[in-house]
Design a protein around this ligand. Structure first.
Ligand code: CU
Length: 100
């Protein structure tokens, strides 16, 4: 991985872990449902951002190398297969994530 992306992904994932602990405590304390739901949405958004960082890293490293080695079609197929489970990478929410 490129160091800049590795650092960024790790920092964000560690923040998510701390945030997740806080949300678990909220549920344990039986906090008001919409408050918990807002926090869950924020966690989802944070994880989607991490996925975009990983996608950027993949394009800049693995995909670039594969194309140079003539393995473009295979790696594109693999990526399309991966992204079909990730609406946030391809759907309208992805545009919002660009700016955050
Ligand atoms: Cu990769």
């Amino acid at each position: 991985m490129k160091e800049v992306h590795r650092r960024s992904a790790l920092n964000r994932l560690k923040t998510v872990r701390g945030h997740m602990d806080a949300v678990i405590a909220m549920v344990d304390d039986e906090r008001y449902c919409p408050e918990v739901m807002k926090q869950i949405s924020a966690l989802q958004s944070s994880l989607e951002k991490v996925n975009r960082i990983l996608l950027q890293n993949h394009l800049e490293t693995c995909v670039t190398h594969a194309i140079h080695e003539g393995r473009g079609p295979q790696i594109v197929d693999e990526l399309m297969e991966t992204m079909k489970y990730t609406a946030a990478l391809t759907g309208p929410a992805a545009v919002e994530l660009e700016t955050t």
